[in-house]
Design a protein around this ligand. Structure first.
Ligand code: GLA
Length: 364
């Protein structure tokens, strides 16, 4: 009898053990995220809102990503609404989430022509301020923000999108440029470096796959470097689409930028399922069909696959890849270039499930 009991216990233990192993290995597979597949390559990041961190998206973020960027919370308008008033709560909560979950944190962005508070460029009478006043305001802003997150943010997009999209124009004719000339660009990097000497400082821009725009970016960052301005990297936003970039274009872009010796990061990756349009426009009848069709999906898969193949090939030069938004549940492309036209630019669907394209990105 004793022998039989022992035997039954032994079988039960063996079975349990076996099941246990099976469960833990399938769990391991289930828990594996983009960050794990890419652990030998580069961190994989995502742009987030403070709200997302309180929803079911938080679990997905923790499983899939090891770097985050604040989608809006650190931009000048939201974080510095009045000259003597900062609003820290949203940005703080994102930094705290990154710290709690051992994620890297990118800062975005210290100087940009958009989402800038109205007070920045005018005095109490509503007149345009002088260059001296504007540079002092820029310095105050950068010093406060970069000092607050010193040691917590490892890389900052210091200056965003200052290069013009017009063929015959070098710098964007923004309020910054009109008041300060190009000097504010170098100054912004100096202010950031002074506030946090350890942080890596990036110049960030879009449509860098266009050879003309790229040549302007290359000239600017090379000149900054030559002048001894503390710039460490170039951020390629990577807002791409089913029809661009071509493989040749992306290959050329990555090699051209790598030649500068600066670090490269893909900072705002998404691949729209519509052909690329660079300007906002009115809705047209053909925009009514905004289903995620098999054809759109197939094209998107090909572009994602091509991009990640090249990112891996250039892993020596690329130090991070960040997606702009979490899932197809919502992204800025639902309202740009066409307000209200649904887009599906990310790797997760509206139920937060990985799309087919996810496999293309992690199978290599
Ligand atoms: C630019 C900015 C981002 C974001 C996107 C659109 O790429 O750098 O912060 O605003 O536009 O969402």
């Amino acid at each position: 009898m004793k022998k039989i009991v022992c035997y039954v216990v032994w079988i039960a233990a063996a079975l349990l053990n076996g099941c246990g192993q099976q469960t833990s290995s399938s769990l391991e597979e289930e828990e594996k995220g983009l960050k794990d597949y890419y652990s030998d390559y580069f961190p994989i990041g995502v742009a987030v809102s403070p709200r997302a961190l309180k929803t079911d998206e938080a679990e997905l973020i923790k499983r899939e990503f090891n770097s985050i960027t604040a989608e809006n919370a650190m931009k000048m308008g939201p974080i510095h609404p009045k000259e003597n008033e900062y609003f820290w709560a949203d940005a703080d909560s994102i930094v705290a989430f990154a710290e709690r979950n051992n994620m890297k944190m990118r800062g975005h962005t210290l100087c940009w022509h958009n989402q800038t508070p109205d007070w920045m460029f005018v005095d109490a009478q509503g007149d345009t301020v002088s260059k001296e006043v504007l540079l002092r305001r820029l310095k105050d802003h950068i010093t406060s923000v970069a000092s607050r997150y010193k040691g917590k943010i490892y890389a900052w997009d210091v200056v965003n999108e200052v290069i013009s999209d017009q063929a015959d124009e070098f710098y964007r004719q923004s309020a910054w440029y009109k008041i300060c000339g190009e000097d504010y660009i170098a100054e912004a990097f100096r202010y950031a470096h002074e506030a946090d000497p350890q942080a890596l400082l990036f110049y960030n821009d879009y449509n860098e796959i266009d050879s003309l725009k790229r040549s302007k970016i290359l000239k600017m960052v090379t000149d900054l470097k030559t002048e001894g301005v503390p710039i460490h990297g170039i951020g390629l936003q990577g807002h791409w689409a089913i029809n661009e970039p071509s493989q040749e274009q992306l290959e050329q872009t990555l090699s051209d930028f790598a030649e500068t010796g600066l670090e490269l990061q893909i900072t705002e990756l998404d691949i729209s399922v519509y052909p690329k349009e660079h300007s906002a426009r009115e809705r047209r009848p053909e925009d009514e069909n905004d289903e995620f069709t098999a054809e759109k999906e197939q094209k998107q898969r090909e572009v994602y696959d091509m991009c990640f193949t090249l990112f891996r090939k250039h892993q020596e030069d690329i130090s991070s890849v960040t997606f702009w938004n979490i899932s197809d549940r919502g992204s800025w492309l639902d309202n740009f270039p066409v307000r209200g036209r649904k887009d599906y630019p990310l790797l997760f669907d509206q139920n937060l499930e990985p799309k087919e394209v996810y496999q293309d990105v992690v199978d290599f």
